[in-house]
Write a protein that binds this ligand. Structure first.
Ligand code: PMP
Ligand code: GLN
Length: 374
């Protein structure tokens, strides 16, 4: 059989979590919380499982959940909201719906690992634009110059994994300018960390700007917002003409997703404001992690959002970041993610990504181990 993705192996998250488990390292690599979700949410799930919510849900999601999401985001519950199997499936469907063979997709590097394989599977051509290191700013003039007659999609991710960059008003203005100049371009906006921003930074959704909203798939998830990465429940917000196309694909990829989880989330999000305190929660964790880090050994890169903190490995070495990350996992027993894997050409600034979604004691222990590892 001819491979459709000959260059692609196991994801870095699978690889580093397996390594962390193998050597019993503290796993700050793959992004998932070590703590439980709100017990009320778990109780709702139990209730709906006990009450017999075991069969298929409607393909676009149960009306109760779409209505709760409509309340939150102002999208039409029937025509503009689709519940998906995590943001992953939302992104996959949005890419599949938009990209035809030969279409170019602008992707900003470093980029989350799902985008490129999804684009390639549709015969699309990823056009990589690097965010400037170390501020990870986007040069919008360069973006504009990179647009060709074949550019079909611009893929946005804010707050951005793996850099923690949060797009600002000036970035959104640049996007609006591009949208106005190029009415054929579709935006896919990955906003899974929408409720985790730090300091003065605020999340600006593409959905807030009418010129962008009318041609954007906003993909998000309950995973990070409610500490439930294993529930694999997310959603896509998009105007009717885009939603219609997305749903055609969604219905044949999964048809629908976990029914009881949808009922539990519908109950929970109608009454809970816990997402509004998430930024402060993770800001405090970032503080615990950074407070004692030895800055002679690790340079701190700004994290404006997400639940990741990036550190530059400062000790002079000829090792690349993947080797450093492996040595830290095996010897110091701290697993991280090397950022070079998120670049097509393996650009290596010796930056490692650490997940902050752990109990404070775990983060404190992790810092001690890092400070002793050189
Ligand atoms: N996009 C980004 C940037 C992510 O970090 C993740 C991981 N949560 C996803 C998409 C996938 O989200 P989900 O787990 O809801 O599929
Ligand atoms: N989004 C998670 C991360 O960035 C990983 C999800 C996955 O394992 N696919 O760590």
């Amino acid at each position: 059989m001819i491979s459709k993705l000959p260059q692609i192996g196991h994801s870095i998250f699978t690889k580093m979590t397996a390594m962390a488990n193998e050597v019993q390292a503290i796993n700050l690599s793959q992004g998932f919380p070590s703590f439980y979700p709100d017990e009320k949410l778990v109780a709702y799930l139990q209730k709906h499982i006990q009450n017999g919510k075991h069969q298929y849900a409607p393909t676009s999601g149960i009306p109760e959940l779409r209505s709760a999401l409509s309340h939150r985001y102002g999208y039409h519950p029937e025509k503009e909201i689709t519940v998906t199997t995590g943001a992953s499936e939302a992104l996959f469907c949005a890419i599949t719906a938009s990209v035809n063979p030969g279409d170019e997709v602008i992707v900003f590097e470093p980029c989350y690992d799902l985008y490129v394989p999804a684009i390639l599977l549709q015969g699309g051509i990823p056009k990589f634009i690097k965010m400037n290191f170390p501020e990870y700013k986007i040069d919008w003039d360069f973006v504009e110059k990179s647009i060709t007659g074949k550019t079909k999609v611009i893929l946005i991710n804010t707050p951005h994994n793996p850099t923690g960059k949060v797009l600002q008003e000036e970035d959104l203005k640049a996007l609006i300018h591009i949208a106005e100049k190029h009415p054929e371009i579709i935006f896919i906006s990955d906003e899974v960390y929408e409720y985790i921003t730090f300091d003065e930074h605020k999340h600006l959704s593409l959905a807030k700007y009418p010129q962008l909203r009318e041609r954007t798939f906003v993909c998000s998830s309950f995973a990070k917002t409610y500490h439930i990465t294993g529930w694999k429940t997310g959603y896509c917000l998009a105007p009717p003409r885009l939603t219609e196309e997305l749903r055609k694909i969604h219905q044949y990829i999964t048809f629908c997703n976990f029914t009881a989880a949808q009922y539990a989330l519908a109950d929970y999000i109608s009454e809970s404001d816990s997402h509004l305190t998430l930024s402060k929660f993770y800001e405090a964790k970032r503080e615990v992690f950074l407070n004692k880090i030895d800055q002679n050994l690790f340079g701190i890169l700004p994290s404006q959002g997400t639940f990741f903190q990036n550190l530059v490995f400062k000790t002079p070495t000829s090792l690349c970041d993947t080797e450093i990350s492996e040595i830290l996992t095996r010897k110091a027993k701290i697993a991280s993610i090397p950022i070079s894997v998120f670049y097509q050409d393996g650009t290596d600034h010796k930056v490692l990504r650490f997940c902050l979604a752990k109990e404070d004691e775990i983060l404190t222990e992790a810092v001690q181990r890092l400070n002793q590892a050189h």
